[in-house]
Design a protein around this ligand. Structure first.
Ligand SMILES: *Cc1c(COP(=O)(O)O)cnc(C)c1O
Length: 411
């Protein structure tokens, strides 16, 4: 639909007011009632994100020779990630625009590796658990790779089913740490053994877990090995703009060795514009996403992340305990910031809608119908309110169901 560009410009102050007006229908995530899409680490972190982003907003990560500042910040951020995720001495990585970008580039690298090193010809496939993120399907749709999704056992990847689904044309197997629907870490140890035994490329999708799981473990959480400490893991994705609390537009993709990362890089010179080397899907790369990531990580440090993530896990534990008291079943045994819960007598999707009436904007799972929360540090302050509203919603829906039954009987 066409929308004519105004002939005359508008003063910035007026535009600001209009933007605020446009936003009146948005969720008020700063109140803590949103548990999807936004990671709220509080106003201090938000300020660092914004100011650091603005400082390098016009600079371009496409040109490391022009902007050694960005190159240096990117290398340091990648180094932080690799040290948190047990990267071997020769491991390498880059900042991408997001989890989908990281995953797409990892799939591209694995595909090129299969073609060039293993000499695989003809149709290719990747094998992943049913709970893996659709970003893999998007990447495979673009690259015409078949996706084989295998059934779950107790909401987790089933290594035996995955083993059975692989063949000589399998370019990658995937485990999530954790998966998004249930917030549970797949048995990456067993997948690593499978990968080593069959010489398969194992990618661990730690988009939502890569920058929380190491700190939860430091806080004493029972987090099993899931990263490069397992020998079968060849690549990983970890989003800075999720539990890294960085500004949006920032993720990391890592490889066990610089040699493997070479299969990701696109190096082109057959045009009149000169040689162009791009590590990720993007050409122009926003400097602000890189500088904001660098600033937030240094601002928080290990202590800051441990504290923020401690608030996340304690909010999750309180909500889990409260939900159990109200008669819900938690799906699996979550350890990080995502939790999903269900009950047999009230439909999860109906509950989701009821909770929206009280201002809560969260997510759902469909297998089974369950409420799904992706928690931020700020939720520690509203956990009790959430549980009180959840109790109200359950009572309300049960009463409604009773009324409907009575009406059916007497009409
Ligand atoms: C968020 C997420 C992705 C995709 O990341 P985007 O930044 O939204 O592109 C991939 N995998 C998992 C497990 C995720 O949670």
């Amino acid at each position: 639909m066409r929308h004519p560009l105004p002939d005359a410009g508008t003063p910035w102050a007026d535009l600001k007011a209009r933007m605020a007006d446009y936003a009146t229908g948005d969720v008020r995530w700063r109140d803590g009632k949103t548990a999807v899409y936004v990671f709220n680490a509080g106003p201090e972190v938000e300020q660092v994100q914004k100011e650091a982003y603005a400082l390098f907003m016009s600079e371009n990560g496409l040109g490391p020779a022009a902007f050694p500042s960005l190159k240096r910040m990117e290398e340091e951020v990648v180094g932080f990630g690799l040290s948190l995720l047990h990267g071997p001495e020769d491991a390498a990585g880059v900042i991408t625009s997001g989890g989908t970008d990281s995953i797409t580039m990892a799939v591209k690298a694995a595909r090129d590796y299969a073609r060039k090193v293993r000499g695989v010809t003809g149709p290719l496939n990747i094998v992943l658990p049913r709970s893996a993120h659709p970003a893999f399907d998007k990447a495979c749709a673009v690259m015409e790779i078949e996706v084989r999704r295998t059934p779950l056992v107790d909401y987790l990847a089933d290594p035996a089913a995955m083993a059975a689904a692989t063949d000589a044309a399998t370019v990658m197997i995937v485990g999530s740490a954790p998966n998004f629907p249930y917030g549970l870490i797949d048995p990456i140890g067993a997948l690593s053994e499978l990968a080593v035994a069959r010489d398969l490329w194992l990618h661990v999708d730690a988009c939502v877990g890569g920058y929380i799981a190491p700190f939860v473990r430091m806080n004493g959480g029972d987090v099993p090995p899931f990263d490069f400490e397992l020998p079968g893991v060849r690549s990983m994705s970890a989003d800075l703009h999720k539990y890294g609390y960085c500004a949006k537009g920032a993720s990391t993709v890592f490889f066990r060795s610089a040699e493997l990362m070479k299969f990701m890089t696109f190096d082109f010179r057959d045009w009149p514009g000169g040689r162009m080397v791009t590590p990720t899907l993007a050409g122009t790369r926003p400097g602000g996403a890189i500088s904001a990531a660098w600033a937030v990580m240094n601002f928080l440090g290990v202590e800051g992340y441990r504290r923020k993530h401690g608030e996340v896990t304690s909010a999750r534990e309180r909500i889990e305990a409260g939900a159990r008291r109200l008669g819900f079943t938690i799906l699996g045994r979550p350890q990080l910031g995502i939790v999903a819960f269900t009950r047999p007598d009230v439909d999860g999707l109906a509950l989701w809608a009821k909770m929206r009436e009280r201002g809560w904007f969260t997510s759902i799972t469909t297998e089974p119908h369950a409420l799904h929360l992706m928690l931020s540090p700020f939720h520690a302050t509203v956990a009790d309110q959430y549980l009180a509203d959840l109790e109200w919603a359950v009572e309300n829906l049960k009463a409604g169901a009773t009324t409907q039954k009575l009406e059916a009987r007497y009409s």
